[in-house]
Design a protein around this ligand. Structure first.
Ligand code: 6PG
Length: 484
């Protein structure tokens, strides 16, 4: 065993343990530390026994056991604990050493921490790590950003432990400066919320509209997973639907319909609102979780408010086939919106994001991994300056051919009183996106009417603003000429 470790890790919860076991299995020596130090000994004598680990009982010991430049990775709870460890590490490290945060930190925190740590002469990396416990052990998708000078020192470790696509390319590459890695991980999580919501809507329709059993749905998801929807989330849904409780009935039907969330979906929507990007599908996915969480109120309302009841009269198989198209089209919209958000963020935060590279990082290892991401990679390979995924020839054609089925699914769901907010908001976005003229002319008139907010005219050059005295007694002061 080497005397000094290649990297140190703080935080031996399950993700941390699995990640260091992964590193060790790739030939790296890892020093480990945990705030509750008993965990260090338990790990060294347990899962880490006989392996190339160095157990440290203090941060001093951890730092002393590392090769220079020292690389210390934290896998601790996002928020204050990250700041606390940074404060404790700074006096122990030397210029050029690297602090790495592998948790689900909020990107503005990573921007702030990168600046702060760099101001102390050190380097900083905030990396997204996706794939859950199993991914951490067998190969996660990793999205590192921060101080570019730190990347060459961790590249080998990160790319060795990450998932690989079929041709062996690692699902990990440098994302960009300061908070770029955590931003991309946040968008990954938002897209994860969207993909899950779309699948949940399909399940709801098959169950309550078509009256299909979980076993029948299992077969549908199995078939879908063999086609263009092939993905980790379709695969686990297939398996969940076949999973039986002790009494032989599907376990999923016994689970309380109240969704939890840790906040990364909300962060994605917050960022979209801040940057003015219509991230409608992910927004609806977050709100759907919120509505599901109002369980008691819904139970009450269900007894008091009557309405349309599902009553399907069409061809079931045709509808299931339509559903596959509706899922696919909605998913394309969701990714188009997610990419739109990343493109706007890149402008705002001066990141040089590689969009094809991001698709590749998400292609394997992470929760949203899918065959579909390979097509997104191709779209950006063909045109690195693609303005919107919907303008790519492949995706344009894909949505066109799914369109009729998608409309039938949305219309049928609405007529039968089954909520499909992700699928319908995606369709409304699509129709808005492809509209040369939207009714915002009327909206501008309304704003000008009540608030003298001014408008541009289609028969005058852009950038010239007008105010009309709509009532004849409004005066001529436009709002931009005064500040309240
Ligand atoms: C991943 C997951 C991971 C986690 C989410 C779940 O990429 O491995 O996205 O980050 O499972 O935090 O988020 P919610 O609890 O908000 O659903």
């Amino acid at each position: 065993m080497k005397k000094l470790a290649d990297i140190g890790l703080i935080g031996l919860a399950v993700m941390g343990e699995n990640l260091v076991l992964n590193m060790e299995s790739k030939g790296f020596t890892v020093a480990v530390f945990n705030r509750t130090v008993d965990k260090v000994d338990a790990f060294i004598n347990g899962r880490g026994k006989g392996k190339n680990f160095i157990g440290a009982h203090s941060l001093q010991e951890l730092v002393a056991s590392l090769e220079r430049p020292r690389k210390v990775m934290m896998l601790v709870k996002a928020g204050q604990p990250v700041d606390n460890f940074i404060e404790q590490l700074i006096p122990l490290l030397e210029p050029g050493d690297i602090i790495i945060d592998g948790g689900n930190s909020h990107f503005p925190d990573t921007i702030r921490r990168t600046k702060y740590v760099e101001s102390k002469g050190l380097l900083y990396i905030g990396t997204g790590v996706s794939g859950g416990e199993e991914g951490a052990l067998k190969g996660p998708s990793m999205m590192p950003g921060g101080s570019p000078a730190a990347w060459p020192y961790v590249k080998d470790i990160f790319q060795s432990i990450s998932a690989k696509v079929e041709d062996g390319t690692p699902c990990c590459d440098w994302v960009g400066e300061d908070g770029a890695g955590h931003f991309v991980k946040m968008v990954h999580n938002g897209i994860e919320y969207g993909d899950m919501q779309i699948i949940n809507e399909a399940y709801h329709l098959m169950k309550d509209l078509l009256g299909m059993t979980d076993d029948e749905q299992h077969e549908v998801f199995k078939k879908w997973n063999e086609g263009k929807l092939n993905s980790y989330l379709i695969e686990i849904t297939r398996d969940i639907l076949a999973f039986k409780d002790e009494d032989g009935n599907p376990l999923v039907e016994k689970i309380l319909d109240k969704a939890g969330q840790k906040g990364t979906g909300k962060w994605t929507v917050d960022a979209a609102l801040d940057l003015g990007i219509p991230l409608t599908l992910i927004g609806e996915s977050v709100f759907s979780r919120c509505l599901s969480a109002q369980k008691d109120l819904r139970v009450k309302a269900s007894k008091e408010i009557s309405g349309t009841k599902p009553n399907f009269k069409g061809d079931k198989q045709q509808f299931v086939d339509d559903l596959e198209q509706a899922i696919y089209a909605s998913k394309i919209i969701s990714y188009a919106q997610g990419y739109d958000l990343m493109m706007q963020a890149a402008k705002e935060y001066h990141w040089n994001l590689n969009y094809g590279g991001i698709a590749l990082m998400w292609r394997g290892g992470c929760i949203i991994r899918s065959v579909f991401l390979g097509d997104i990679k191709k779209a950006f390979d063909q045109n690195p300056n693609l303005e919107n995924l919907l303008l790519d020839p492949f995706f344009k054609q894909a949505v066109q051919s799914a369109q009729e089925s998608w409309r039938r699914v949305c219309a049928t769901a609405l007529q039968n009183g089954i909520p499909v907010p992700a699928m319908t908001s995606a369709l409304c976005y699509f129709d808005g996106f492809r509209s040369e003229r939207l009714p915002a002319n009327l909206l501008q008139a309304q704003r000008d009417y009540f608030g003298a907010h001014q408008y541009e005219r289609i028969d005058r050059p852009r950038g010239e603003f007008f105010h009309t005295d709509w009532t004849g007694h409004g005066g001529s002061t436009a709002s931009s000429t005064y500040q309240v």
